[in-house]
Write a protein that binds this ligand. Structure first.
Ligand code: FCB
Length: 487
């Protein structure tokens, strides 16, 4: 932009959001809580995975993480400073029923439930609406030992666990999200193996897809019974899949990736069927005989909202096998989908700005995804349940104060919020937005090296410091509007 353009943009009014729009931030239990052996918690697949040498960068693990389990009051005070109107967090299943096995849920652990009950009470007292995710990847290890998501019993136990949580918190929690990003659980956990439990088995991955969908459906039924007033949602990491060229071959590669990343979840949940092209694409891997006749009716029980997580675009090209496959897609690891069912799709390296994850930055994808959902599933409420960026932050000392001038993160948030605003202006019913993440935290296989927080965490002392992006976001919330250029 020229100086005149900047001046004009600064003078133009900021883009206002609908009244009551939820301004939130998101976290996940294993990434922030620590206290992994406290109050009766038993290991999850992420404890096991992180303690297996070579699985997580620098040998990092979530044993302490941000110590949020002990510092949640301090963290709520920071949320209040930001003016958040909602906070999305997840519940660690191994705290709630630590003795679960494939056969039975086992006794409920009052201390585990108590932690989340207090958290909910204190959020409400602070005027912050809790939005609770039941599963953000920390499967009890005992269930994995019996096959994990390849075992149908895991879905059945998940439905029972959902009923326990809903019964305890449903009187105070207005929104429950069943699963976070089942694509990652299935494909990163069981196909590429870069996430827990670290398996590399295409059949297992597709079996896991179905059992995750079934777990969602069983949880919806449980939530309706035990928390009839609450809204029920699921969060998907949908991809804005774009063929690199207009060729028929690229279009077909994009169709396959769209099938495995998006429609293999959207269609059963929202239409009650698996897409026939996905079944055909994967026929050499499995005949999907793990789908029982009644399952799709369970999976497609109506939901009240869809959570959308969006970070970066996904450009797809037909792979001609003449040279090694490129896998530089946006969200890091979706190269695992073709590993299962489309060996001739690749993710070509892109020019242009990237985050510290190497993920391309393109807010158009968020807008297009929201508009696609609005078009294809009219009337379905949408929430952006995660959006944000990792950048290598530096802490500076300014007149004795710790400062983190993370202008790139503020600009990432600003441009993506403009995209949300555009989607709303075109009719998409988006009711809220959650920045990933409130705090720097354990970024799965990347460990603590990648910082997504709008609040900095000094891991040696666990001191929290608001980054400039947090101050930017606080002003967005205060004004309920997004500026056309960074102030
Ligand atoms: C999403 C996860 C979240 C975090 C962000 C960066 O896939 O849901 O826990 O790791 O990516």
């Amino acid at each position: 932009m020229t100086t005149q353009h900047v001046a004009a943009a600064q003078a133009a009014p900021a883009l206002s959001f609908p009244e009551g729009f939820l301004w939130g931030s998101a976290t996940a239990a294993y990434q922030i809580e620590g206290a992994v052996a406290e109050d009766g918690r038993t290991p999850s697949i992420w404890d096991t995975f992180a303690h297996t040498p070579g699985r997580v960068a620098n040998g990092d693990n979530g044993d302490v993480a941000d110590d949020h389990y002990h510092r949640f009051r301090e963290d709520i005070a920071l949320m209040v400073r930001l003016g958040l109107t909602s906070y999305r967090f997840s519940i660690a299943w191994p705290r709630i029923t630590p003795e679960v096995t494939a056969e039975r849920l086992g006794p409920v652990n009052p201390a585990g439930l108590g932690f989340y009950s207090t958290l909910v009470d204190e959020l409400l007292a602070a005027g912050i609406t809790p939005s609770v995710t039941l599963y953000h990847w920390d499967l009890p290890q005992a269930l994995e030992d019996a096959g994990g998501w390849t075992n149908r019993a895991t879905a059945e136990r998940f439905g029972e666990y959902a009923e326990v949580v809903a019964g305890a918190l449903g009187d105070r929690v207005p929104v429950f999200i069943t699963l976070n990003e089942p694509w990652c659980s299935a494909f990163l956990g069981y196909a590429s193996g870069v996430h827990a439990p670290g398996r590399t088995d295409a059949v297992a991955a597709l079996t896991a897809v179905h059992h995750l969908n079934l777990a969602h459906g069983l949880a919806v039924a449980a939530l309706r019974r035990a928390a009839p007033a609450a809204k029920v949602a699921i969060t998907l990491n949908l991809a804005w899949v774009t063929p690199e060229t207009a060729s028929a071959a690229d279009a077909d590669a994009a169709r396959r990736i769209d099938g495995l990343q998006n429609r293999v979840f959207l269609d059963p949940i929202l239409r009650g069927t698996y897409p026939s092209d996905v079944l055909a694409d994967t026929a050499s891997v499995t005949d999907w005989s793990f789908v029982a006749p009644a399952d799709l009716a369970v999976i497609s029980a109506p939901i009240d909202a869809l959570g959308v997580n969006y970070y970066s675009p996904t450009i797809v090209r037909h792979w001609t096998r003449e040279r090694p496959k490129e896998s530089a897609d946006g969200h890091g690891d979706s190269a695992t989908s073709p590993w299962v069912a489309g060996e001739d799709a690749e993710f070509p390296t892109q020019n242009g700005p990237k985050t510290d994850m190497g993920w391309g930055i393109d807010p158009r994808g968020l807008r297009e995804l929201l508009l696609r959902l609005h078009r294809e599933h009219p009337g379905l409420q949408l929430m952006v349940t995660e959006n944000g960026a990792a950048f290598p932050d530096t802490v500076e000392n300014v007149d004795g104060d710790r400062c983190i001038n993370d202008v790139a993160r503020s600009e990432y948030l600003r441009t993506h919020l403009v995209a949300v605003h555009e989607a709303i202006a075109e009719g998409a019913p988006v009711v809220g937005y959650y920045v990933w993440s409130l705090l720097d935290n354990f970024e799965w296989a990347y460990g603590y090296g990648k910082r997504f927080g709008i609040i900095h965490v000094e891991y040696t002392t666990l001191e929290r410091t608001l980054k400039d992006s947090a101050l930017f976001y606080a002003e967005v919330i205060r004004s309920n509007a997004v500026p056309r250029v960074l102030p």
